[in-house]
Write a protein that binds this ligand. Structure first.
Ligand code: NAD
Length: 239
């Protein structure tokens, strides 16, 4: 497909886009997840077993978020959204807010947001920049022990799937950035987009486990590879 035929772009981002901002990825060596077990801090069962420990884990991750900044890859995607004449939808698996801080607006957090909590009793979703404990009361319904991080844990359904599948079926260009291709359903998005006729591009440090499904690949650190790719898309009119 010629670049100037593109009118709808869907971009999927993963932990790799935030790695150079200082947020550890999921599976890379030395990552946060080597120190914590997934079952303990990223499953509903782990939360039920030890809510204090799980809240403390997310309280710490919230504190860490204020020590980091978006990197050139986040800014390049915000620029693409602002300057591209067609539609750009950003779907992120990340729970950090670095895309928003860089200026992206058409953004879906399919795995939730670190800076939000939800009440399991009244379902209210609230902004939260501080700490939550099992004793914390829901500001809406007043019940105690009902707040949980507004993040999608293993075994739970990601958010916005209907909207995402619709966009994947309609897009001309699908791009996956900084994602290992191991967490489904996100890892399967390339298969849907490709099946529906989109040109598929992978930008990552190394080939992901679903690399073979992409038509085009660019490997290297996101802060270098993403701005170059965005420039290429934005200059397409003149090429
Ligand atoms: P992942 O850790 O499984 O994979 C990260 C990928 O990024 C790897 O393929 C790695 O090679 C690549 N990568 C590492 N450094 C990079 C860089 N500088 N530039 C480009 N690519 C780089 O993460 P995932 O695929 O997003 O899936 C894991 C799950 O972990 C997701 O559900 C996500 O919600 C969660 N997670 C989120 C954050 C965050 O919010 N920032 C951080 C860790 C994990």
């Amino acid at each position: 497909m010629g670049l100037n035929q593109i009118s709808k772009i869907v971009i999927l981002t993963g932990a790799g886009i935030s790695a150079e901002s200082g947020i550890q990825t999921f599976r890379d060596k030395g990552g946060l997840w080597e120190k914590y077990s997934l079952e303990e801090v990223a499953t509903p069962q782990g939360f039920r077993k030890n809510p204090r420990f799980v809240h403390e884990f997310y309280n710490q991750r919230r504190r860490d978020l204020f020590k980091v900044k978006p990197n050139p890859a986040h800014y390049a995607l915000a620029r693409l959204e602002q300057e591209f004449p067609g539609e750009v939808l950003l779907v992120t698996q990340n729970v950090d807010d670095l895309h928003e801080r860089a200026g992206s607006r058409n953004l879906l957090h399919m795995h939730g947001e670190l800076l939000k909590v939800r009440c399991e009793a009244c379902n209210v979703i609230l902004k939260e920049e501080g700490e939550i404990f099992p004793e914390t009361k829901c500001p809406k319904c007043g019940r105690q022990g009902t707040l949980r991080p507004h993040v999608v844990w293993f075994g739970e359904m990601p958010f916005y799937l209907d909207e995402i599948y619709k966009a994947l079926k309609e897009c001309d260009l699908f791009v996956a950035i900084g994602t290992s291709g191991t967490v489904y359903p996100a890892a399967g998005f390339v298969m849907i987009a490709r099946e529906c006729g989109a040109w598929c591009v992978e930008l990552n440090l190394e080939p992901s486990t679903v690399a073979d499904y992409f038509h085009e690949h660019h490997y290297g650190p996101a802060s270098e590879v993403v701005p170059v790719w965005v420039d290429k898309i934005l200059k397409r009119e003149t090429n």
